[in-house]
Design a protein around this ligand. Structure first.
Ligand code: FES
Length: 102
């Protein structure tokens, strides 16, 4: 039996479908994350901060950046724990904060 994966967005916890991006999962649960390019990875408005980030276990928590996200991360100087929610898939339990949430 497949174990469940959870995502905490601004402290609201949801069960996620690991085949969908963080943004798609959030929208399915009616959680707002800004996005304005149709999830193409070109606007950067869906940027989120991963709070339970640990470099030692990063490979287990997040899939590596794809080419689109990598290019934006380099252009805009993302920290290692900042990800585009439309390009990132939750492969393990994550806690994230949206850019418009303090
Ligand atoms: S929605 Fe535009 S980069 Fe993610």
């Amino acid at each position: 039996m497949k174990s469940k994966t959870y995502l905490s967005i601004n402290e609201k916890k949801i069960e996620v479908d690991t085949e969908k991006s963080i943004l798609e999962n959030a929208l399915l649960h009616k959680i707002k994350i800004n996005h304005s390019c149709g999830q193409m990875g070109t606007c950067g408005t869906c940027r989120v901060e991963v709070l339970n980030f640990d470099e030692q276990i990063i490979q287990n928590l997040l899939a590596p950046r794809n080419e689109i996200e990598n290019e934006m991360a380099n252009d805009r100087g993302f920290n290692d724990n900042e990800r585009l929610s439309c390009q990132t898939y939750p492969v393990a339990d994550l806690k994230i904060k949206t850019s418009d949430h303090s």
